[in-house]
Design a protein around this ligand. Structure first.
Ligand code: NAD
Length: 292
């Protein structure tokens, strides 16, 4: 019984997300949907409006498919509190930083956040490529910080990587794993290194795809085999379009730098060529495929 009570008291009741973009909007929606009210903070009103409209779209789809009711969805949307002001996050127990992927911006945002929340609050970063150890260096309470890496689209992807820095306390990791679980996700705890877990598996696979194409394979044929015949949800080219080829290009560079011997550069770098041709995938309707 004591254990049960300890578990119940460690539940997160108030959260905050910094950044209302693709990820921040998705994180806000998922937290609210699973009953944890969340403040969504950005620096610009149009960004907040976009985050909220994304959450409404996901909600509307669920209602349309008969998987939720308008009343439940109104409650969910009401528990996302948009704000341009740090004062709104003062009672958050867990804060997920999901601003642009720029180390200087993240460092400044995390530092500022620390001064607006309680001493017990836990800060996390949703970064895909920046070292959690190095973000921790800049903080007053590095033991209360770790990575919390979601995948896009947040409401559909089941995994969250919880990244332990050299300084993260066990209590911090447990609380963040608990919050991910409250959000209906499966959390894995990993050490800090380039690519964490998923991208260390994913980018060698993308490299393999790249080499196949450099050797003369047809892109759509590779996708067809992986998806229709092998049975994966999608092939590598379509996956890159979903992830965003600009994001993939950046991440591929970070992986090559982190693991120079293992991540050999292919003779023809397809991801780089697509990036240089401004073909970013679904986000600009043109990648390996066209989207209208
Ligand atoms: P995005 O560009 O869609 O959104 C970023 C948001 O941050 C914008 O709304 C911007 O206004 C806001 N912002 C910028 N500076 C801010 C500040 N000082 N305070 C508050 N908000 C600020 O980016 P995104 O794709 O949502 O990515 C956000 C983070 O999530 C990045 O670190 C990225 O690496 C990571 N991530 C992205 C994906 C993905 O597939 N897009 C997946 C996993 C992790």
């Amino acid at each position: 019984k004591a254990k049960k009570m300890a578990k119940a008291s460690s539940k997160v009741n108030n959260a905050a997300v910094l950044g209302a973009g693709i990820m921040g909007g998705g994180i806000a929606y998922q937290s609210a949907y699973k009953g944890v009210p969340i403040v969504m903070k950005d620096i610009a009103q149009p960004a907040l409006d976009l985050g909220l409209s994304e959450a409404s779209k996901i909600s509307a789809k669920l209602v349309e498919r008969g998987r939720s009711t308008p009343a439940k969805m109104a409650k969910v949307l009401n528990s996302i509190v948009p704000s341009l002001d740090y004062s709104a996050i003062s009672s958050a127990e867990v804060i997920v930083e999901a601003v642009v992927e720029n180390e200087n911006v993240k460092a400044a945002v995390l530092k500022e956040t620390e001064s607006h929340v309680s001493e017990d609050a836990i800060l996390t970063s949703n970064t895909s490529t920046i070292s959690i150890d190095s973000l921790a260096e800049n903080l007053q309470r590095p033991d209360k910080f770790c990575g919390m890496h979601f995948f896009n689209p947040v409401h559909k992807m089941p995994l969250v990587e919880v990244i332990r820095s050299k300084h993260s306390s066990e209590e911090t990791i447990n609380k963040v794993v608990g919050y991910a679980t409250q959000m209906g996700k499966t959390a894995i705890v990993v050490n800090d290194c380039p690519g964490f877990f998923v991208n260390r598996v994913l980018f060698p696979y993308i490299g393999g795809f790249n080499n196949l194409v450099a050797d003369g394979a047809d892109i759509t044929q590779v996708d067809k085999v992986m998806e229709k015949q092998f049975g994966w949800p999608m092939g590598p080219a379509y996956l890159l379009d979903v992830v965003g080829i600009d994001t993939a290009h950046h991440c591929q560079g970070v992986m090559a730098e982190g693991f120079p011997e293992r991540m050999q550069q292919p003779s023809k770098d397809l991801v780089k060529a697509m990036f240089e041709a401004n073909r970013y995938g679904q986000k600009n309707n043109l990648g390996f495929y066209r989207y209208e």
